[in-house]
Each structure stands twice: as structure tokens, then as C-alpha cells.
Design a protein around this ligand. Sequence first.
Ligand SMILES: [Zn+2]
Length: 341
Amino acid sequence: MTCVTTVSYTIFVNGKPTRPFDARRGVRQGGPLSPYLFVLAMEYLTRILKTLKEKPDLNYHPRCETLHIVQLSFADDLLLFCRGDVVSINYYMGVQVFPQAPYLSGRLQLIKSVLFAIQSFWSQIFPLPKNIIQGIEIICKRFLWTGETENRAKALVAWKQLSWPKSAGGLNITYILIWNRDALIKHLWNINKKKDCLWIQWIHTYYIKQQKILGTTKYLNEANIGIEEVMNMQEYSIRFVYDKLRGELPKVEWKRLICNNISSPKWIFNLYLAILGRLYTRDRLMGWGIAICSDCSLCGRATESHDHLFFKCNYSTVIWRKLLQWLGITRDVQGWNDKIQ
Ligand SMILES: [Zn+2]
């Protein structure tokens, strides 16, 4: 990975190389290193997929059993074969890419980048039925809190809140219902505005003729967006309309702790849960009726709560004092609520 993350470029201007600059996103498409990386990644993916043959309950595709075919790669296309039953398909969905199960923050990233991408193609052209949206959200929700898609678990934060922007106390998960509406408006906007595209001309000629189609969308009215405002856009801004459809949300006082925080996603997620008071502290577990001792696991002298664990506990106070001293800050250790404001 060093080759990917440390790549830099130089451009020849009038035959002279400019100063090298770093690439922000590793190797670009067309970079001479990309084919090698691709081959390496495919090689190891193929090796992992081949181990599926050893699974006793994997059912082969009826036409692939004799030759034990589970996958075929052709250039950048990957074909996976199995019988269409849940157990076999689960094997493909669950090919172990990570050496160990990802933590909450890793699962959040997977939801944002993989699970939403799967539905986003369809939701750009079709209004998704409510029960489908609910189904997708249930899968994502369960995966986030348990790492599985079948098991139910107590959600530490409501799904709706997670879809709010970070500045409003959420984690910026896409709200599928709104995203679907936004993408459909964009689709209609394209049909209305981009009349120089051949496929759009074709649709106008044979289907739409002289009708005004953007005027029929009720979503814009619901979001208080004027049709004129949308039609006057030079480029459709999916972000702008998404924010409008979602509505204004009040900012939280602690937004600076979460927004633009450069620490690792795992600690940011923990901090987020701690700020909301949603970590599995013993006082909360007892509140759910779980029979455990409520004493602090560090000092054993008081009930373990967020405020105690992070600030009032003798153990934490010593750490705070040393940290403040090290940073050259001369003031007393404060409580939880003072700290996050
Ligand atoms: Zn304690």
C-alpha cells in the first residue's frame, strides 16, 4: 500500500518538469501502477473465493457442479455462480474481506459506501416503495449495531438522528426516502433542461411532447422549493435540494468535537456515543434490566455512569490532571456537561 499512498506526480510544462505534488486519492485511472494493483487485488479475491469450495453447505449452480466452478473473472468483470438459495448467497455476501469483523465505525463506513450504493442506482430512476425503503433501512440498522443482518439489537442512536448532518448531532447517513426524491427531481430536471442529449430529445418527441413534467412533482411543494428556483439552476445541485427536502435542523453546541475532527473514525464514533450518553455504561445496562453490579469498573466506589467514568472517577481525574499539565493548561478538571459545551 505504500506505493499507493505515497504516489506523487510531476507535469511537464514546455518540456520542463514542474515541482512534484502529492496525489490526494492514490493512483488515478490510467496510472501505470493501476493494472498491477488490480491484478494483485483480483488474485487475492480469487483465492478467497476459491476457499468457498470447501464449504459443505454451499450449493453449486446446477451447471457448474461437475467442474466446481464458483467464480470466473474476465478483465474487470467478476461472475459469481451458486444456487440461488439464502445459505449459498450469504457465502458470497460474507466473503471474509476483513481479517476480523469491522468495528462500529467500520460498519458505518461500509453502510455509507457499499450498502447505499447498491440501492442508489434504482432510486435514481424509480420512486422506491415505502416498504422497500424500510426494508433497506432495517438491514442497514441491524448491520450497524450487530454486524449481522438477521439479529435484532437495541439501537444506541435512532436511525433518523444518524441521518442528520454532523453539525446537528447526526452522522450524515443518507436518508434514503429523501435521497430517492432528490434523485428523481434531478432526473426530471435533466429531462427538462438537457434537451441537447439525444435520449432526452427522443423521450420528448415520443412520450412527453408538450407537457410540463417538473410541475407535476409534489415533492418540491412539500419542501417549499419553488419550481422556478429549480429550473433556474445552471447545474442541478443534489446537495442543495437534499438539504431543502430534509429541512433546517438546529445545530448542536458540541459540533466542533465531531466535525472536522482528524482522529480515527473509531474514536470519533466512541466520542459521539459518549456525548449522547449512549455508551454501555453499567448504570444504563442496569436500567435495561440486566442484572450486573453497578460499581465503576475502575475504582469500584460509585455507580458507573458517563459523568463518573470520564470525569468524577479518581482514576480519570488523575489522567485528566496529568493531561492538562502536559498541555500546559492550568485549570481544574471539569464535569462532563461543562466539557462538551
Ligand atoms: Zn470510578
